[in-house]
Design a protein around this ligand. Structure first.
Ligand SMILES: [Zn+2]
Length: 341
């Protein structure tokens, strides 16, 4: 197994000053100018029928009969990332890796970090710990065999992380989790009790870290600003202003996307509830262009690299429990708090 190679030295600003100089420069909250906070790009590699939005109309037993589109969509994403010389983290679902082993090899060969989305895409807080351990162990072994990399990272299906899962992940050999979305604005996300949502990265146990998916701090809640339907729904320029605000506060930016989000041709199974159909389908037709745009707009690195950069930076304040959290700041545009629930 080989270690994940380090990201090359960051380059000059590429979007009107949004992108910044060296990520370890340590510009902290309150400076009011473009901060040097690092950005991580992540792809959750699963197929359209693994989405929780279709779970009630496409049962698990039907998965093998569905049109599989994850490989073609992920290959397209690899092309887009290569066009911008971006290295990312691919949290690959074991179910997909088992059926598309060449895809995992392609991801690794392109220099990306291969990480784990678990095997069977069950919501973590609905699983028993022993079943969860088996799921994440199976996925990790499979992905390490295919990629030739040590698999360090895990992202829970639908961000459904919960406390006991952290101990199980560490026992299964993982070194970090990237499933926390520090917001109350989503009905399916999990949580880690007592986690200070103002800490974007934190050492949860000796040798095990959490890397949060980004939110825009706002009042008592964070607005999800890391990807998904929110990314597809929000006007792109406004989205980038939010990213700028996060980075201006000295916080790292962690983005995620799924391969099916750039595929407006993926099937619409009959019987979907309107709310789930909206979450699954909103602005799919614009999403590939947006993904291309954001991939080219910032200096990205894999999540494992962001973790190293963040922990190793000179002003190492915000990364560990007990350290001073970044000062809260106001969104640079009006946001209706009611819409964030
Ligand atoms: Zn997923």
């Amino acid at each position: 197994m080989t270690a994940v190679p380090r990201h090359p030295a960051p380059e000059s600003p590429s979007l009107g000053g949004l992108s910044a100089s060296g990520p370890a420069a340590g510009d902290r909250a309150g400076s009011g100018r473009a901060a040097a906070a690092p950005c991580a790009m992540s792809i959750d590699v699963e197929d359209w029928f693994h989405s929780e939005n279709v779970a009630d109309v496409v049962p698990r037993a039907a998965w093998d009969g569905c049109a599989q589109r994850a490989e073609r969509n992920t290959l397209r994403m690899l092309e887009i990332l290569a066009g911008h010389d971006v290295r990312a983290t691919f949290f690959v679902l074991g179910w997909v890796a088992e059926r598309r082993p060449a895809l995992v090899r392609d991801i690794a060969a392109a220099g990306h970090e291969v990480a784990s989305h678990g095997y069977g895409h069950e919501l973590v807080y609905r699983m028993r710990p022993a079943d969860f351990r088996a799921d994440v162990t199976r996925a990790r072994a499979l992905l390490e065999d295919l990629s030739g990399q040590e698999v360090r990272g895990y992202r829970a299906p639908c961000f459904s992380i919960t406390d006991w899962a952290i101990d199980e992940l560490q026992a299964a050999g993982y070194a970090y989790d990237s499933s926390m979305v520090p917001t109350l604005a989503h009905d399916r996300y999990g949580r880690i009790e007592g986690y200070d949502g103002r800490l974007p990265v934190a050492e949860l146990r000796p040798g095990f870290d959490e890397v949060c998916v980004s939110c825009l701090p706002f009042g008592r809640r964070g607005l999800p600003w890391g990807g998904g339907g929110w990314f597809r729904l929000t006007p792109f320029a406004l989205w980038m202003r939010g990213v700028e605000a996060i980075r201006n506060a000295g916080l790292p930016y962690v983005f995620y996307i799924h391969p099916w989000e750039i595929d407006p041709g993926h099937p619409v199974p009959p019987g979907m509830r309107p709310s789930n159909r909206f979450r699954q389908r909103v602005n799919l037709g614009r999403c590939e262009a947006r993904f291309d745009a954001i991939a080219g707009a910032l200096d990205w690195m894999p999540v494992a690299d962001l973790l190293e950069v963040w922990k190793g930076r000179p002003a190492a304040g915000g990364g560990r429990p007990g350290a001073a959290a970044p000062a809260p700041f106001r969104a640079p545009f009006p946001v209706d708090e009611e819409t964030s629930r």
